[in-house]
Each structure stands twice: as C-alpha cells, then as structure tokens.
Design a protein around this ligand. Sequence first.
Ligand code: PGA
Length: 250
Amino acid sequence: MSAPVPMIAGNWKMHGTAAALAEAQQVAGADLPAGVRVALCPPATLVERMSRTLQGGPVLVGGQDCHPEPQGAHTGDVSAEMLAEAGAKLVILGHSERRAGYGESDEVVAAKVAAALRAALEPVVCVGETLAEREGGKTLDVVTWQVRRSLPEALSARPFTVAYEPVWAIGSGLTPSLGDIEEVHAAIRETLVEKFGEAGARTAILYGGSVKPANAREILALPEVGGALVGGASLKASDFLGIIGAAGAR
Ligand code: PGA
C-alpha cells in the first residue's frame, strides 16, 4: 500500500490581484523538495493567469470553491468545468468560511465534490470543529461525521485530499496541541479507511489553521499529517517556502 504523497497547498482566499503573481512565480522558481506536492489556490479571477504563468512548472493551481452544476443561472458562481478550463487541477471544497458564511451543508459539499470529479479536478475537502464543539467534547464526532457525509462514494476511484481545519484555528494564530491534531487525524484516517478501503489509506490528510514556518515542522512531523492547507502564510513566497521546506524535511 503506497503512503500518501504530502501536499502543501496555499489558499489565498480573497487576496491577490495581478501583482501577486510575482509571489507565485517566486514559489515555482524555488528549489522545491522532491516528493512534496505544492499547490496555490488564488481567487477565481487569477486562476487562468496563474496557470499560464506557472505552466509546465511544479506548482499546481487550484480553485477555492465551485458550484455543483456545470452551468446555469447562478449569478456570481463558477463551475468546476470553468475552473478546469482556466487551468485548475484541484479545488478546495467545504472550507469553513463557505460552510459558515454561505450555509453550505455536508450534502452541498458532497455535490460540489461530485462536480469536481466530473471536471477531473482533485477535491481538497475541508472539515473541522468550531470552538463550541471542541469545548463541548464533540470534535471527533463532528469531524468524522463531516468526513462521512461530505465525501461521496465515487471518490474511492479518484485522487482526493482531506484537510482538517479547526474553525477556531483559522486566521487566529491559535493551533490545537500536537496531541489533539494527532488524535483528529487518526480518527479521520480510520473513517477514510472504513469508507474507502485502500484509497482511504492513500489519501493525504492536511492540517490547516495558523500554519506558519515557525510551527510547520512539528505539525508536519505528526503521524497522519500529510501536509498543510495554508491561508495567511501562503500570501508571501518566503513564508510559504518555509512551510514547503519543513514538509521536505519530514
Ligand atoms: P490560516 O488559514 O492559515 O490563515 O489560518 C487556513 C485556511 O483557512 O485554509
């Protein structure tokens, strides 16, 4: 059984105009460690330009969300097919900022995952508990429930990635203890193997939430942590490269 291939993915969120492409170029032009997949997910407006700029290089470009339908009367939305045509290879789905800010249920996330597969995009599916859920001792139940319901059966035959992102750790500078991260990742792995068999054992499980060059090494060294989904620290090439370097040193 092959081990998951680690990935460091940057989520630029609603940051970045054309000037920011220089940061992406700096990442792609650096001496990246072998055996680590690197991805950048800029705002939808930059997906095509970033894909052209980085074409043929080691950095994958991804979207941050997609609509379940291939096209239609959905003002403001972008389909998986559109992202793929723009050069995206993957797409973040079910980010907590979508789940909380736009009321996306696990069912909606699963429909978006199916859309990503239809367009041959690799889904990066986010799960994570709120602070109230953690304080209520519900973390493992919430996270494994989200994994079961957000990931459709069809994934077993396709590459996909899961990202564990505690909602309270995103953009806050706070992170769970290493023991807590390890415990949740182990529970996610168990759920993935239960649901997808061998494919579930091969899937990289990223950690996300206030990952920085200073804490990346200890987080990435944990069992079942197969990389990181990085928000704020992916905006600056030097910070992002520090995290990628930590993944290479695992
Ligand atoms: P952060 O965001 O690294 O800024 O905490 C992570 C994310 O939301 O994916």
